[in-house]
Design a protein around this ligand. Structure first.
Ligand SMILES: *Cc1c(COP(=O)(O)O)cnc(C)c1O
Length: 333
């Protein structure tokens, strides 16, 4: 069942004091460039450095009679589930393949979770999560296709509108669509006139391509500066696909060059260290792909990035992404 506004209010209560209350701050530079007031919701300030703690907290709090929780995300969802479970004294097992860098394994362990390393692909890690559900009674938490996760992410929409009921446009980074589905459900339930725009990178944008195809489809996964936006939406997607299809006014795509520049903007103009995934809203506005008609909020979704790559970007050096090179250039406003 798709989460309702009431479910999102319930989630807000559940996550209070743990994963809520991040700052909403103006960006003077972006306001000037956009010709409309431009606000940043700083989810990079969450305890795990990303908004995924909201959905994970809400899902873990509602798990009943399981002997623990599991998931196979190596990124921010894995961190969120690890933190939320530790907070409740619940066992968490995060499943990963052998190819995952040791730093990520250590990061998850430091948050108090067990790590199971299986095989050489995401599919092998997924099979291990499935085994833990079958044989050990653990409960699996999807990163985006779960009503409690979507409701948890939707609390960001509530907080923004509580602070600024006059916001007319939300620019939401879009991957599996849990964030966009939750924020759009919250915003449009409160005020149907609010425009919600999903934004992805222009290579491997699974939700964009699936909406266009009318059904969930697989996309080739390619490296991106917005690595948190990669990956599929699941061919059996039940919730985030129909919600994004029906609730988003538009999905906009941005290039790696545009993401590179927007990361420099957020750093030099707003002094924020954030992942490539966070700046796609800024990138879309700066590249003239969206025009704004009133106060606009975007979500700075996380800060868990490779600092070597970040240093290269803010010093204007080339970045190699698989077989493509993002050409470096020094920052100029
Ligand atoms: C997961 C994630 C997103 C995208 O969220 P979805 O719910 O998968 O669309 C964006 N930014 C960051 C940093 C993330 O970790």
């Amino acid at each position: 069942m798709q989460p309702t506004l009431a479910d999102i209010y319930a989630a807000a209560k559940t996550i209070r004091g743990v994963a809520d209350g991040t700052p909403l701050v103006p960006s003077p530079y972006m306001t000037d460039r956009a010709g409309a007031e431009f606000l940043l919701k700083l989810e990079n300030m969450q305890p795990i450095g990303a908004f995924k703690l909201r959905g994970a907290c809400n899902a873990v709090a509602n798990v009943q009679e399981a002997r623990g929780v599991t998931c196979c995300s190596t990124g921010n969802h894995g961190r969120g589930v690890a933190f939320a479970a530790a907070q409740r004294g619940m066992r968490a097992v995060i499943c990963m393949s052998e190819l995952v860098p040791q730093a990520k394994v250590d990061g998850i362990r430091a948050l108090g979770a067990e790590v199971h390393i299986k095989g050489r692909s995401q599919d092998d890690a997924q099979a291990e999560a499935g085994r833990l559900v079958e044989e050990e009674g653990l409960f699996e938490i999807s990163p985006f296709d779960d009503p409690l996760v979507i409701a948890g992410q939707g609390t960001i929409g509530l907080e923004i509108l509580e602070a600024r009921p006059d916001v007319t446009t939300f620019l939401v980074p879009l991957s599996g669509g849990g964030l966009a589905a939750g924020v759009a459900r919250a915003a449009k339930s409160i005020n149907p006139a609010i425009r919600v725009v999903g934004i992805s990178m222009d290579r491997g944008a699974a939700m964009h391509d699936s909406i266009k195809a009318g059904t969930p489809i697989e996309v080739e996964e390619v490296p991106s500066l917005a690595d948190s936006l990669g990956g599929g939406i699941g061919l059996n997607n039940r919730l985030s696909f129909p919600m994004c299809r029906d609730l988003l006014d538009q999905v906009v795509l941005v290039s790696e060059d545009e993401i590179y520049h927007a990361m420099q903007v957020l750093y030099y103009e707003d002094r924020i260290v954030a992942e490539g995934a966070c700046v796609v809203g800024l990138a879309a506005v700066l590249a003239g792909r969206i025009t704004l008609d009133g106060p606009t909020a975007t979500i700075v979704t996380g800060r868990n990035l490779d600092m070597n790559v970040f240093t290269r970007i803010v010093t204007g050096q080339d970045v190699q992404l698989g077989d493509i090179t993002v050409k470096g250039r020094p920052y100029a406003a």
